[in-house]
Design a protein around this ligand. Structure first.
Ligand code: SF4
Length: 752
């Protein structure tokens, strides 16, 4: 990155949920290059290697630039015109619908799609296809945290406070996040926390680059984070560190949660987790001695078959110590995918309508149906969750339209999922490259990517951002909105599917108005202001130009004055930042004065939680084993995750030379004691075998992992595919698969 005098388009990275700001400008040798955009507050100009090299994706030789249609004669994918390709997709979907019913058509979206695309995809499924069978890969990302947040606070937003609050809190417990590798620019918030005298506790079975920064590293056995949190809460109670006044004033359900925690004695927790009691006491002391504190979770505790309860246990710890809904304190989730937050707010989730509305709520259905101009009765009900939908392919779901996802690599029990995809009557995939999933399709639609299109994304803080078009797409490529328009048109619904992102956003504003994730006060013009720092939702329109089609119906989900996510007034203590004055939207109207636009809501829950009574709910939870525990045949635990230079299924990053050189392939991380027992040496190929499959990769021997656990990154297909091994056992509430723990056998692979 270097300074430039050429015009710069301010935009955002195409990858993770931090959504780092960057500028794009013409490169001397052609194409575009990244320049620093220091005014954007989240990353202040810093980028990781993925963001820095993102322009390489735009000119990648792997780029698809013409539609591909599988020849009925040869069985091979061959170039086709857009008309042929769209006709074939519409034909595949409408034939399936005619023969088997609308629910035989499935739609699978992605957490990387812009808000506009996620919104249009949900509408396409429910209006143009009339199917209930839609979900997206964000279900695999942070759905357990979303479910637990809804349960406890009445509202889920990744972080209910801006990242800038983190360095000013007293203590952070970071559970199951290696952000030094997954979102490196965010590490500065933890570094500043410690420079300011705060403490950092990291919970991770591996001594990661993030754990190395910690004052205290707790390394529990994978799948036991719930017991760990219960053990800490037990000690908080036993040592008299609860905040009784807060519990009395701001919460409900404490006695049941307290009793559940008291049943988990520290010594028992030590046996379950492997974390010694003195370290548990250290954690309680550090967390409670600090005047304020946060618990931040990521995929470690969330991707478990008890993920919702696990996150709930950490939330209980926050509530018992008065660390939620107060300045510089709270529970938050570090969402993973680029638009993981926005992607789940606008209707591509199996059970939700735009604005975070529940599909089963009659008022929500009426509102959204009014915006869509359809009969509420015509809207289908909730469909299957992501894994259940993939598992149903070839069964009662016969055709699938897939956008922005690569489940052949990223889904649990991936070989089975690949088989389900192959068994479909019809598969259409829209993507920028021929991903492993696209290779299986009957039709592949080449679509635009980040810098070639304008759209909004919502980062992990709930900050809505404008990602601007900076370059022209290659000839032959179309936007996803054009694809949906073309398909809807062929299915008789073309008018409801505009192709201009801003037009879609204007409709999204209307659909979200009055919902929990209210975007109605946000516009493209507003997002383009200043440094493009964005607007935090909820942000209602203070002069609604979009009246509710059924204004007389109460909306139980609406975060209004009675049940809302509370104050946007910012922290009132001296310690708090003063930048977000907020205030009561529309307060000037009665005076006849000019109505100020709603400032957005950087901080939630400061006055009340978004539950009916305004109190946060303790939920009693108890430890239970992982769906699959080690036994004689499969004696070792497997956990999976990401590495610095790759992203998710690797469909994009594996095609960037610099990233590929830095992280060319999978590996199996194992402790020297386990390696010695197996007779395995560094770099030797080892086979990891679970009840679902086998993966082979070179050994990486390190004392930074527990000796009962091996780790594999999941970015690669083929014989090193970690998700060939993972367990699709689902959390009963969030329907999150158990990516983070399963039982395996490890063997030397040489000569096998
Ligand atoms: Fe992009 Fe995330 Fe890296 Fe920032 S941290 S540059 S958003 S991949």
């Amino acid at each position: 990155m270097h300074p430039t005098s050429a015009p710069v388009t301010p935009t955002h990275c195409p990858y993770c949920a931090l959504q780092c700001g960057m500028g794009l400008t013409a490169a001397p040798g052609g194409g575009v290059e990244v320049v620093e955009r220091g005014g954007f507050p989240v990353n202040k100009g810093a980028l990781c290697g993925k963001g820095r090299t993102a322009p390489a994706l735009l000119s990648s030789g792997a780029r698809l630039t013409e539609p591909l249609v599988r020849s009925r004669a040869t069985g091979k994918l061959a170039p086709a015109t857009w008309e042929e390709a769209l006709d074939r997709v519409a034909d595949g979907l409408s034939r399936t619908r005619a023969e088997y019913g609308a629910d035989a058509c499935g739609v699978f979206g992605g957490g990387g799609l812009t808000n506009e695309k996620a919104y249009a995809l949900g509408k396409f499924a429910r209006v143009a296809l009339g199917t209930s069978q839609i979900d997206y890969n964000g279900r695999f990302c942070m759905s357990s945290a979303a479910a637990a947040g809804q349960r406890a606070f009445g509202l889920d937003r990744g972080l209910p406070f801006p990242l800038e609050d983190i360095p000013r809190t007293g203590c952070v417990i970071l559970v199951g996040s290696n952000l030094a590798e997954t979102m490196p620019p965010a590490l500065r918030y933890l570094t500043e926390l410690r420079e300011n005298g705060g403490t950092l506790i990291v919970v991770d079975p591996r001594r990661t680059r993030t754990a190395e920064q910690a004052d205290l590293h707790l390394a529990p056995r994978p799948g036991t984070d719930l017991a760990l949190a219960l053990g800490l809460l037990h000690l908080v109670v036993a040592e008299g560190r609860t905040d009784e006044a807060y519990i009395e004033e701001r919460t409900s359900g404490w006695e049941e949660a307290r009793a559940a925690a008291m049943a988990h004695w520290p010594e028992h927790v030590e046996r379950i987790t492997g974390v010694p009691v003195p370290r548990l006491r250290d954690a309680v002391r550090l967390f409670c001695d600090a005047g304020s504190g946060m618990v931040l979770t990521a995929r470690g505790p969330e991707q478990q078959s008890k993920g919702t309860d696990t996150v709930g246990a950490w939330i209980n710890l926050c509530l018992a110590t008065g660390r939620a809904g107060r300045p510089l304190s709270g529970y938050g989730c570090l969402t993973g995918q680029g638009n993981g937050q926005g992607g789940r707010e606008h209707g591509q989730k199996a059970d939700q309508l735009p604005g975070y509305r529940k599909l089963t709520d009659p008022a929500a259905r009426a509102h959204v149906a009014g915006v869509w101009g359809v009969d509420p009765e015509s809207l289908p009900g909730p469909g299957r969750s992501a894994y259940e939908l993939l598992d149903a392919l070839g069964g009662d779901v016969k055709a699938l339209l897939l956008m922005g996802s690569n489940p052949v690599v990223s889904a649990p029990r991936a070989a089975h999922v690949e088989g389900r995809l192959r068994s479909l009557d019809f598969l259409a995939v829209a993507d920028v490259v021929l991903s492993e999933t696209a290779e299986l399709a009957d039709v592949v639609l080449p679509v635009t990517q980040w810098a070639e299109e304008t759209g909004t994304v919502t980062n992990l803080e709930g900050r809505v951002l404008l990602r601007r078009r900076a370059v022209s797409a290659p000839p032959g490529v179309r936007g996803d909105l054009d694809v949906l328009h073309g398909l809807a048109d062929r299915l008789g619904h073309g008018k409801g599917f505009p192709t201009e992102p801003e037009e879609v956003f204007e409709e999204l504003r209307r659909a979200s108005a009055g919902g929990a994730a209210d975007y109605s006060g946000i516009s493209y013009a507003r997002l383009a202001e200043g440094e493009g720092e964005g607007v935090f939702w909820p942000c209602p329109d203070t002069e609604p130009s979009y009246p509710d089609p059924e204004p007389s119906r109460p909306n139980p989900e609406a975060p209004g004055p009675a049940a809302g996510p509370s104050s946007d007034a910012g922290p009132s203590s001296d310690a708090g930042p003063s930048s977000d004055a907020g205030g009561s939207p529309g307060a000037d109207v009665a005076d006849g004065a000019e109505t100020a636009p709603h400032p957005g809501t950087p901080r939630l829950f400061l006055d009340r939680f978004a539950t009916e009574d305004g109190r946060a709910r303790f939920v009693p939870v108890a430890h239970r084993a992982a769906a699959e525990e080690p036994d004689a045949e499969y004696p070792v635990l497997l956990t999976t995750g990401r590495v610095l230079a790759q992203y998710q299924s690797g469909a994009q990053t594996r095609r960037v030379d610099e990233l590929n050189s830095a992280a060319p392939g999978p590996f199996v991380e194992l402790h020297p004691r386990l390696a010695a027992r197996l007779g395995v040496v560094e770099d030797e190929p080892v086979a990891v075998i679970s009840r679902r499959g086998r993966a082979v990769a070179p050994a990486r021997v390190t004392a930074d992992i527990r000796s009962d656990t091996v780790f594999m990154p999941f970015h690669w297909p083929g014989e090193g595919r970690a998700n060939s091994l993972t367990n699709p056992a689902l959390d009963p509430v969030s329907r999150m698969p158990e990516f983070k723990v399963c039982a395996v056998r490890v063997e030397r692979a040489r000569g096998v």
